[in-house]
Design a protein around this ligand. Sequence first.
Ligand SMILES: Cc1cc2nc3c(=O)[nH]c(=O)nc-3n(C[C@H](O)[C@H](O)[C@H](O)COP(=O)(O)OP(=O)(O)OC[C@H]3O[C@@H](n4cnc5c(N)ncnc54)[C@H](O)[C@@H]3O)c2cc1C
Length: 372
Amino acid sequence: MRSAVVVGAGIFGGSLALRLVSSGWDVTLVEQYPPGHVRAASGGESRLIRFSHGTNDWYTRSARRALDLWRELERETGTELFVPSGVAWFFTGAHGWDDASERVLSEQGIAVERLGSDEGVRLFPSFDARGLDSILLEPEAGLLRARDATRVTSELAIERGARFVTGKALPDGDAVLVDANRLEGDRVVWAGGAWLAALFPELVDLRVTRQDVYFFGAPAGWQAPSVPGWVDFDNGVYGLGDLDGRGFKASPDREGPTFDPDRGERTASDEKEREAREYLALRFPALAGAPLVGTRSCPYSLTEDTNFLIAPHPEHEHVWLLGGGSGHGFKHGPALAEYVGKLLDGSEEPDPMFALDARSPGGGLRAPWIER
Ligand SMILES: Cc1cc2nc3c(=O)[nH]c(=O)nc-3n(C[C@H](O)[C@H](O)[C@H](O)COP(=O)(O)OP(=O)(O)OC[C@H]3O[C@@H](n4cnc5c(N)ncnc54)[C@H](O)[C@@H]3O)c2cc1C
């Protein structure tokens, strides 16, 4: 039986552990905090799952495949994880991302509708189309209950036989050191999210930033799934309807300050709140004066070009590094695990776009602007 040690029970590591143990591997999953914990990127309540990725076929296919696998996980765990709200994109610029997304979605048989900006009023209880050129609606996209999904993924992996080790792991050649225990496997995968770069400072170049999320108290009519998830691509703001009573989410997507995921204070900034409120006033006028009912702060771990990092360690061929979610990784979790499973058993070669090599800025898989 092949064996693997996976470090990190965020959605990347947890999904991989589940995939491997379900395929007959002997798996050890190491995590320093409980799966779904608040410090991890995967510990937020909700994440968008959308399929549009401009011209990029790989991410489009991966996100759509992931939806099927999320549905499978729902059936296997009896937990509602996917909320079928659709996702609406708002566009103002002539960058071509919208046309490219529409084309790639259509080529892959994924539902997509181009709406006039004035049609936003049929999606949201209050909508102002000022400045918008068009809306791209992905009716089969939606929301994921992220923290629940992260927790049940690891729980199912454990139920299927993965050994769970609590502790802070350190690299030790081609093995993993947890306290005095040296864990070895045919494959070792470091899926450490915002902690990955500090574990391999010579190899991994990730910027870790604090991202603040705001929830506003909205009246009846603003609940998900009747209100879609939304992304204003050019203004760099995204959000979703009130999910599970948490409030209407509106978050500026611009990259925040550098952040220490263990010790950093998680107090959302007043400046970003002001930006979120300005956006509500512009686009969803009925929410202009809505009270702030909650905030969350969590880390982005960003590669230069927003492509994930999936690469073997240059000195230890059986050790793999997996991360660089770059603010858009969650949705891919189970499909990414399927892909990485093939890399680990040698049935597929890693794509160079995920390599450790230096990246050129501005891949734009999340937004057209990347701040330096
Ligand atoms: C505010 C915000 C909004 C986002 N919105 C979306 C969205 O709408 N859609 C989307 O698809 N994605 C979104 N993302 C991105 C997505 O959440 C991340 O890409 C994804 O969760 C990354 O998962 P991960 O497993 O790589 O990292 P993490 O979830 O951070 O998990 C890493 C885990 O490794 C553990 N670990 C690290 N080092 C060690 C060690 N040495 N020993 C033991 N354990 C260790 C950590 O404790 C942690 O649990 C968003 C992210 C943020 C912050």
